[in-house]
Design a protein around this ligand. Sequence first.
Ligand code: HEC
Ligand code: HEC
Ligand code: HEC
Ligand code: HEC
Ligand code: HEC
Length: 373
Amino acid sequence: MLKSSYLLIFIFLLVAAPFSALAGVQTPQSAEYCGGCHRAIDRGWSQSVHSQAMESRLFQDALQMANADFGAQARRICLGCHSPTVAATGDLSLVRKVSWEGVTCDYCHSIRSVNMTGPNPRAVVEYTNVMAGPWKGVTSPVHGTVYSPLHTSSQLCATCHQYRNSLGFQVLTTYSEWEKGPYAAEHKGCQSCHMYRVEGAVVDPRVKKTASQEINLHQMPGSHSLTQLDKAIRGQLFVTHEGGELHVEVDVTNQGAGHMVPTGSPLRKLILQVTAVPFSGKSYREERDFTRVVADQQGKILNREDLVFIKGARVVSDTRLAPGETRKEIFTFKVPQGVRSTVEADFYYYYSPMAITKAQQEVKFLSFRRFME
Ligand code: HEC
Ligand code: HEC
Ligand code: HEC
Ligand code: HEC
Ligand code: HEC
């Protein structure tokens, strides 16, 4: 068992050697290569949305539509964030394995600096055999290392999580929402909530025994994590029954997200659904959406990601919850006095109208229920 692992590493070294001998620009390496030593990190990353940014069915469908409607230039724009190694390899026809790895290890760890002065934050990337990371003075047998304070900063994430399209419209504003909010002032960056430290070996102990036993989580849990959704939203339900009316108040607070809820794609929604079921008579159901509605230059509301990225031109309405904000939502239903009823408040996180299965489309993550006399 041990022996075969040594052999594996030996093979890795052999594979790596010709690459590291090359000076200057180097082809981005596959996560499979990095994962041979950084096993725990690779396992985390493999479960992340970043590793699925290309393979995602939703993305592939949207990419095809963008390509069909707006041509190869649009394709290049999409791949810029969903398969960022393509900018260096020119692999627009996607024949390389690493192009299918989405936001992959070698991309993030080859970012040297971020230029925040242009219309969009822009990463300066150099594929060499030197890996930029958060540690000072660590050494690796196969690659150089360089301490990079940028890797503990939100600016690293801004390069893909803040985007203004060619019409000047801000499609993604996660970074600026964070920057304006309370967390930036407290120096709590994206990494503090999405890449916090967990137990795990930085490298396989068979490669280096003395390496740290703590790693930064690479799963990037976000809206696809129930734990994160539970941290993000606090809800309270108050119900009274007077004068033949059920009066329902739901207080909704963005208590745990460092940006708006929802953030990112304008197709995301937080949905509050309130249902009142009297023991006799008519039932009621009402919904409130927390979302940003985006339209094109002609005012047509856009409901596909490819359209939003390319043709988004203005915000029609924005009912999202800012960090720390509490909103009171009021509902009234006619229920005669003396009739008992149940009142339920459910929170759903809705991902995309382009989703095919129900699970891809939305998830229920929080519920409250009251019995009323
Ligand atoms: C500036 C970087 C950037 C560009 C350019 C970009 N995207 Fe994205 N895309 C993202 C990010 C970040 C998310 C996740 C946002 C969120 O979580 O709400 C995303 C999410 C998506 C999703 C939703 C995927 C899911 O799993 O729910 C689709 C579909 C998508 N993008 C398609 C496209 C298409 C098509 C293009 C080109 C027209 C494009 N994107 C261009 C960064 C980008
Ligand atoms: C042969 C094993 C091996 C392979 C393959 C390997 N690494 Fe490493 N890497 C190490 C070791 C050992 C360290 C030092 C760890 C320590 O001492 O804490 C390290 C450190 C790092 C660091 C920390 C640098 C810093 O200064 O913070 C990063 C980032 C990194 N590796 C990324 C990568 C990436 C990306 C790849 C793939 C392109 C890769 N590594 C491939 C063994 C390897
Ligand atoms: C205080 C903690 C906190 C900070 C700081 C924070 N986030 Fe989040 N983030 C969350 C939580 C909780 C969620 C889940 C709720 C949601 O999806 O809105 C989330 C969700 C997300 C999502 C998923 C959105 C979607 O709908 O798919 C993205 C993308 C994201 N964060 C990126 C970032 C980036 C980039 C930064 C830094 C600029 C950042 N976050 C800072 C807590 C945080
Ligand atoms: C989205 C960008 C991104 C991707 C993709 C990514 N990393 Fe990282 N990685 C980071 C950041 C940022 C840190 C430092 C976080 C901090 O210190 O707050 C880090 C830290 C590290 C470290 C130092 C140890 C630690 O956990 O802090 C190693 C080693 C590493 N990454 C290897 C990898 C490998 C291997 C992969 C692919 C399997 C990978 N990374 C994918 C951004 C990324
Ligand atoms: C090279 C571009 C790129 C960089 C750099 C990047 N991301 Fe992302 N990120 C994406 C894309 C693309 C998606 C959406 C993938 C999809 O759904 O198809 C995404 C999705 C996410 C999500 C949503 C997870 C979920 O559950 O839906 C979070 C959280 C996130 N990124 C956090 C970060 C943080 C934190 C950083 C900085 C350390 C970062 N990202 C850097 C491109 C990037």
